[in-house]
Ligand binder design. Structure first.
Ligand code: NAD
Ligand code: ZN
Length: 348
């Protein structure tokens, strides 16, 4: 029986379809992968339900999915770092490798990056997919392809915690206990944070955070950001050294600033409204640095080492599993906000 390539495609806002597509041959420096697992991320759901995120608009049918892992099925010309049969995690953003940002190693800022499932670039929720071999990371035998897929969100947290300066003894506030806030929790702990306190408006997410090792949680019940910041301070006995904002909600970003100690850092990971009013004078006169985070660069190897060495266990994040054939069902569940990480298995 010849292989077919079942593929999940967002045609336009609200229109997600499963269709057979051609199996592409790997180009120079690429590998063809037989996909194993793809996790669903909030942005995938957003491109399906809204047809756009900011300036990125689905104008032509786009294959969805960017948290993937697979097995090398074919080597393109010039590939020397991988062999057929290797299980790999796929870093979904391939930059131009030539511009000044790429040359500085800050390739996440490359203006010509091709990023899976960010329009107009295709993603990898399919049976077969080709990717640059140098953006595929071989998994040790004891690391599963599901964990390989989770290297994507984990790399976001590695980048964010590194840029925020999380280190031994840090007291860290994480705002928002969704998948991203939760991997930030795991990473901050692995980096030696003494205490991690998490906020959310959803009680069940905070309970999940506790089960993953959050030291403290604060249920956000007030829209007054000072009120929430005061609760954080009361629990920690002081303000946090670092706040990592992972909800994108404007009141939560304000809380992050008020709850951070003088000389500390607020890391903005959550992406909410384009314009947000912030207590900027409060931040300035206390030298609270506000820094941005965009995906990751050079973080996959560290994220993989964290998993392979057992420093971080991402497996509990997976709450639901579906087959590729059930992708529409899986996306429907993700849309309803059920569970934490929904994982799709792409194997026949
Ligand atoms: P999510 O929507 O699953 O989680 C967000 C959480 O924030 C939810 O649990 C929600 O209940 C909570 N929340 C909402 N309002 C809140 C408030 N006022 N205070 C505290 N918590 C509140 O999303 P996710 O997948 O975990 O992603 C989190 C954010 O990170 C999203 O905005 C996403 O776009 C962004 N993101 C950014 C990057 C980056 O590189 N900057 C990468 C990936 C994701
Ligand atoms: Zn570049």
């Amino acid at each position: 029986m010849s292989d077919t390539n079942l593929t999940a495609i967002v045609y336009k806002k609200g229109d997600l379809r499963l269709e057979e597509t051609e199996i592409k041959e790997p180009g120079i420096g690429q590998v063809q992968l037989r996909m194993c697992n793809v996790g669903i991320c909030g942005s995938d759901v957003h491109f399906w339900t809204q047809g756009a995120i900011g300036d990125f608009v689905v104008k032509a049918p786009m294959i969805i999915g960017h948290e993937g892992a697979g097995v090398v099925n074919k080597l393109g010309p010039g590939v020397t770092n991988l062999n057929i049969g290797d299980r790999v995690a796929i870093e979904p953003g391939v930059p131009c490798k030539c511009c000044k940002f790429c040359k500085k190693g800050r390739y996440n800022l490359c203006p010509r990056v091709i990023f899976c499932a960010t329009p107009p670039d295709h993603g990898n929720l399919s049976r077969f997919y080709c990717h640059d071999a140098d953006f595929c990371y071989k998994l040790p035998d004891h690391v599963s392809t599901e964990e390989g897929a989770l290297l994507e969100p984990l790399s976001v947290s590695v980048h964010a915690c590194t840029r925020a300066g999380v280190t031994l003894g840090s007291r860290v506030l994480v705002c928002g206990a969704g998948p991203i806030g939760l991997v930030v929790l795991l990473t901050a702990k692995a980096k030696g944070a003494a205490e991690v306190i998490m906020t959310d408006i959803d009680k069940s997410r905070l309970e999940f955070a506790k089960s993953l090792g959050a030291d403290h949680t604060v249920l956000v019940t007030s829209r007054d950001p000072v009120d929430t910041a005061n609760k954080v301070e009361a629990i920690l006995g002081d303000k946090a050294d670092i706040a990592i904002e992972c909800s994108g909600a404007p009141p939560s970003i304000r809380t992050a600033i008020f709850a951070t100690a003088p000389g500390g850092c607020v890391m903005i990971v959550g992406l909410g409204p384009a314009d947000v009013e912030l207590p900027i004078v409060n931040a300035t006169v206390r030298e609270v640095d506000i820094r941005g985070n965009f995906r990751y660069a050079n973080c996959y190897p560290a994220a993989l080492d964290m998993i392979a060495s057992g420093k971080v266990n991402v497996k509990p994040l997976i709450t639901h599993r579906f087959k590729l054939e059930q992708s529409l069902e899986a996306f429907e569940m993700a849309k309803q906000g059920k569970g934490i990480k929904i994982m799709i298995n792409c194997e026949k």
